[in-house]
Design a binder for this molecule. Structure first.
Ligand code: 5AD
Ligand code: SF4
Length: 466
């Protein structure tokens, strides 16, 4: 597909704005909405776009789903339990409609892009009024108009890989913002459904990204989180000398106080990026580097294209260039055929690396992926026992790892009041770890300098510095 076909045209985006105005003018349209989000940051940001579009249609956000006239579930299908949870909640809402017949129910996101799901919704979930895939997101105004004006259910799933620019966004936070830099994924890790539901990798124009970042800085945003399934391969297929490292350097020069990004693939983590991070002024010293497994044979079966040794080399390089860097990871246990000895390799890798945090998952077979066809399915009890051991190990190491911050100076972007005390606030330090300091509501959204004084129940405690 050519670049012109990927970027949704300005005319199409204007057409959608016209539909939004037409919906706004309908007398019987819903007055309030509520978005329920499952899954990753990408989905959270898509929900902000959905909210932005619904507000452009004249709807107001309702804090609780029971209070809304229109409830939209933005789903995830990376693991089976996320999918089950979403479908359970959607079905529960069907009961709410018995008391509130005007309630409209929509389902969107990755789950809808799964092969066969649109048919299932049409036949099995007849109470769903509107369903659409990730590729149809920007056409929400048109779909809403069709639903409200025609009165029929609308189910739309397209295969096209698009980049819609200029969608209205209702951001959840005023001080920190997501910025998508690329969509889709071409890696086809054997367990993962993302390439099938989010389509081929495509990168946004760097000028669009810089413009968005400058606009955010102007509106008072202090931190941006760059999003992509594999940000390290940003720029593939774009004209000119474009790379993630170069984009990051340009964003650093805009003066945005804090820049973070996720997710990175270890095979694409190049020295140029490490150098830009090390010399940057605003790029936070933190890195999310999913390892998935510590065993070479499992990594090969996962189609990850790196070995344990190569991964450890990247970690060493990051730590040399950026001392004290915050490291986090994703790990899957119970991949088909994983032996006890192979699992022990993952345990020893975790012991060796000393992550600041690890997201651990039990392997979940996804129809259509290569791993779903592999022999040696690990029984549930065994996988559960392994993940418990892994979590215990990570927790026992984390205490020790976090102690390196005690006595150091940090800067936190205050997210909210601390859960433990009304006289304290908490926010993430530069290394991505939460720190609690004395403060009040008025500190929310500001950057505070502090000194870390200790560790209490796995939370860093600090005192303010002038
Ligand atoms: N089963 C379990 N975990 C998975 N992930 C992706 N696909 C699966 C699956 N089928 C995990 C990976 C990835 C994270 C976002 O979700 O660890 O990095
Ligand atoms: Fe899935 Fe692998 Fe792509 Fe990440 S890099 S989204 S795990 S296929």
């Amino acid at each position: 597909m050519s670049r012109n076909e990927i970027i949704v045209s300005t005319e199409e985006m204007e057409r959608q704005q016209t539909f939004a105005e037409m919906v706004r003018a309908l007398p019987h349209r819903p007055k309030s909405y509520h978005v329920v989000t499952y899954g990753c940051q990408m989905n959270a940001h898509d929900s902000e776009k959905i909210a932005g579009m619904l507000e452009s249609m004249g709807m107001a956000s309702a804090p609780q789903r029971e209070e809304a006239d229109f409830v939209i579930f933005n789903t995830c299908c990376v693991r089976e339990n996320a999918e089950r949870r979403a479908l359970g909640n959607v079905t529960w809402l069907k009961e709410v409609r018995k008391q509130k017949p005007e309630l409209l129910i929509a389902v969107c996101g990755c789950m809808i892009q799964e092969p066969g799901m649109a048919d299932r919704i049409l036949k099995q979930y007849k109470f769903i009024d509107l369903a659409f895939g990730t590729a149809n997101l920007h056409k929400l105004p048109e779909m809403m108009y069709e639903l409200l004006n025609g009165g029929n259910r609308v189910v739309r799933v397209e295969e096209k890989d698009v980049i819609p620019e200029g969608l209205p966004v209702r951001r959840l936070r005023h001080d920190a913002a997501y910025v998508t830099i690329m969509y889709g994924c071409d890696n086809f890790c054997s367990y993962c459904i993302v390439p099938y539901v989010r389509g081929r990798e495509r990168s946004r124009d760097p000028e669009e990204i810089i413009r968005e970042a400058e606009g955010l800085l102007e509106s008072g945003v202090k931190e941006i989180m760059l999003l992509g399934q594999n940000v390290n391969s940003y720029g593939k297929g774009l004209p000119g000398d474009v790379s993630f490292a170069k984009l990051l350097k340009r964003l650093d020069d805009t003066g945005i106080p804090r820049i973070r990004f996720m997710t990175s693939h270890p095979k694409d983590l190049c020295d140029e990026l490490i150098d830009v991070m090390a010399s940057g002024k605003h790029i936070l010293p933190q890195f999310h580097l999913p390892v998935q497994s510590g065993n070479d044979e499992i990594l090969r079966l996962m189609n990850r294209h790196y070995t344990r040794g190569q991964y450890l080399d990247r970690v060493r390089k990051l730590r040399e260039a950026i001392p004290g860097i915050g490291l986090s990871t994703d790990i899957i246990v119970g991949f088909p055929g994983e032996t006890e000895a192979q699992f022990e390799d993952t345990m020893s890798l975790v012991d060796e690396v000393r992550y600041d945090s690890a997201f651990t998952f039990i392997y979940s077979a996804r129809t259509g992926t290569r791993a779903a066809e592999m022999p040696g399915r690990i029984p549930e009890e065994e996988a559960t026992e392994r993940i418990k051991r892994l979590i215990d190990l990570q927790e026992s190491l984390q205490q020790d790892t976090m102690k390196r911050f005690v006595g150091t100076e940090e800067e936190i972007l205050v997210e909210g009041l601390s859960r433990r005390s009304e006289q304290a606030v908490s926010g993430k330090g530069k290394h991505g770890i939460s720190i609690s300091v004395a403060g009040s509501e008025k500190d929310i959204g500001t950057i505070l300098k502090c000194r870390v004084t200790g560790l209490k129940n796995n939370t860093l405690m600090g005192v303010r510095e002038a």
